[in-house]
Design a protein around this ligand. Structure first.
Ligand code: N01
Length: 544
């Protein structure tokens, strides 16, 4: 496997019981964890990062499935904190693929010498707050233990893969894989009968790519998605120069938009212009790459209401145009949820896959998958014989990765129990009864790196504030948390992301409480709120 790293001891201070002690422990060496490690070290703290994988990258380490790539512009998606890094790194494509993204994160880890403080192949089983000592005690599966004053589970939002509990799943005789655990050596799909379950952003990227080599492909679709052309292309030398010269403007633009993407909405309503002008704008933007099609469009295209439905119909017709068989086309046209209420996948030839003779689309909405048999998938009373089944069935998002660790706060309360009805946090960052712990994954919105960077900066400067002022304890107050949770639930109910059943609200996991898992605010509002809290002496936190 590329970029695997052997475990090397990470130096901490030995405590009296022979357990290593650090100022801070970070879990995860993905985009957020790597930056948290970097910033905490800059503060002069001793830090250990614990990473489950054998290399850095998080999402970009694990998601090696064919077709995995950014759908935000590469140059808006890298770290902005180091001018040197920005100038050294050449993004090769406008929407960079997984191998390159993993290489980038390895380059960052090497450049800033982060690896020496990362313990790889480290699966954390529990993290318990020791009230008497005021430290977090972290235990790994292999028996290793360490303590730290600050605990930062940077475990990612989409890292706990979900495979539905289909009856007979273990009886299947062929190969099985979830998109997030694609083996580095690949899976031989050439000429084989492959079934893919799931048509979210992962499924759409994967299906398009593997359709080029499989013998026969069966796609089991529960919900059709609104997908739009990515229009990826290589970055030529001239463009590369321009990008490198304009990073300040790129990041400035991103910082001003709701989701930290590079695209700015048209402030006009779709409904205030004539239908001809509206259509002309839709068509012009449709020819553009990436998310520009909707994020530079009339602002109300992304708000529940008439304009949203008008644009949804435009996209539906674009889908219809590309699929030869009208019956299959209608199966691929989403009619049961609003445009943008589920994550919008970008694609590179997805709909044309269904024009191939060796591709079959099976609707599993009305006739759900009954079971997995030794030979394949059974649905609607029919058996689909397969050599390989790929689960593109998504993630137990945000709270899922936290729940994989037994996290215990004051009074022995587990985070899992506390979040059983949905996350209860203060700004997605802290939760009452879990002092000195900062959850970074419940606060991000939109362009992940652009929102993670300022978040990490806020958390690490807060830790700096606590230490510089001789405090040892910081915790969200119950009042601040109650107010924030009410805001998430009440204001969250009005936004597009809560209008469909998806991971945004935990509705993709049977039995999971329905609640918006991150913030309903725009990225600029989130940053302003955090800045105000800090300026007001960390209002809403109990600091001692
Ligand atoms: O997961 P998903 P994903 N029977 O939850 C279906 C990010 N991402 O891995 O819609 C049959 O979106 C499920 O059906 P339904 C991005 O944020 C980014 O694709 O629930 N089907 C759905 O079709 C994204 O949102 C990139 O009805 C079942 C699919 O499985 C997030 O990751 C690329 C089923 C799951 O879709 C997750 O995307 C990829 C069942 N029992 C991902 N259970 C970039 O481009 C589930 N499904 C950067």
């Amino acid at each position: 496997m590329a970029n695997q790293t052997q475990n090397t001891p990470v130096a901490g201070k030995e405590s009296s019981e022979g357990v290593e002690h650090f100022d801070a422990i970070v879990i995860g060496a993905g985009v957020t964890g790597l930056y948290a490690l970097y910033r905490l070290r800059e503060l002069g703290l001793s830090v250990m990062s614990l990473e489950h994988a054998s290399g850095v990258g998080g999402t970009w380490f694990w998601n090696r499935y064919p077709g995995a790539r950014f759908d935000s512009e590469s140059y808006s998606y890298g770290y902005s904190f180091s001018e040197e890094l920005l100038q050294e790194w050449d993004w090769k494509e406008h929407y960079s693929g997984q191998p390159e993204n993993e290489r980038y994160l390895n380059y960052v880890a090497d450049k800033f010498d982060l690896r020496k403080d990362i313990r790889f192949n480290s699966h954390v089983s529990s993290a318990v707050y020791d009230e008497a000592k005021g430290v977090w005690s972290v235990i790994l599966d292999d028996g290793y233990r360490a303590t730290a004053q600050f605990f930062i589970p940077a475990v990612g939002s989409l890292s706990a893969g979900y495979v539905p509990d289909f009856e007979g799943i273990d009886s299947f005789k062929g190969a099985v894989c979830h998109t997030s655990r694609w083996p580095a050596e690949g899976i031989d799909l050439a000429g084989r009968r492959v079934g893919v379950i799931g048509t979210g952003a992962s499924g759409v990227q994967l299906i398009t790519e593997i359709a080029k080599e499989v013998g026969h492909l069966t796609v089991f679709q529960r919900t059709a998605n609104y997908c739009a052309p990515l229009r990826n292309s290589p970055i030529d030398a001239e463009t590369q120069k321009k990008i490198k010269a304009s990073y300040p403007e790129i990041f400035q633009k991103c910082s001003e938009t709701p989701g930290s993407f590079i695209h700015k909405f048209d402030p006009r309503s779709a409904l205030e212009v004539s239908s001809e002008e509206r259509l002309e704008q839709y068509e012009t933007l449709w020819k553009e790459s990436g998310f520009k099609k909707w994020l530079s469009n009339f602002h109300d295209v992304m708000v529940p209401g008439e304009a949203n439905e008008d644009y949804a119909e435009f996209v539906r017709n674009k889908i219809r145009e590309r699929v030869n068989d009208p019956v299959v086309a209608e199966m691929l046209v989403p009619k049961d949820h609003m445009f943008g209420s589920k994550r919008l996948p970008c694609e590179s030839g997805y709909y044309e896959v269904y024009n191939q003779d060796n591709v079959l689309l099976v609707n599993v909405k009305n006739a759900p998958i009954e079971c997995i048999t030794s030979k394949g998938v059974k649905t609607g009373g029919k058996d689909y014989e397969l050599d390989v089944i790929i689960f593109a069935t998504g993630y137990d998002a945000v709270t899922g990765p936290l729940n994989l660790i037994e996290i215990k706060g004051e009074g022995g309360q587990t985070l899992k129990d506390k979040f059983a009805g949905g996350p209860r946090t203060y700004m997605g960052i802290a939760t009452a009864g879990f002092p000195n712990m900062f959850t970074i994954n419940a606060a991000s919105v939109g362009n992940f790196v652009r929102s993670a960077e300022p978040l990490v900066e806020w958390v690490t400067s807060t830790i700096g504030y606590v230490r510089d002022n001789g405090y040892t304890h910081i915790s969200a107050t119950t009042e601040a948390e109650d107010k924030w949770t009410k805001h998430v639930n009440e204001d969250g109910a009005k936004i597009l992301r809560t209008q469909a059943d998806s991971w945004f609200v935990g509705a993709n996991i049977p039995g999971k409480a329905r609640a918006l898992l991150n913030a309903p605010d725009t990225a600029p509002v989130m940053r302003a709120k955090r800045a105000e809290v800090a300026a007001n002496g960390y209002e809403g936190f109990d600091i001692r």
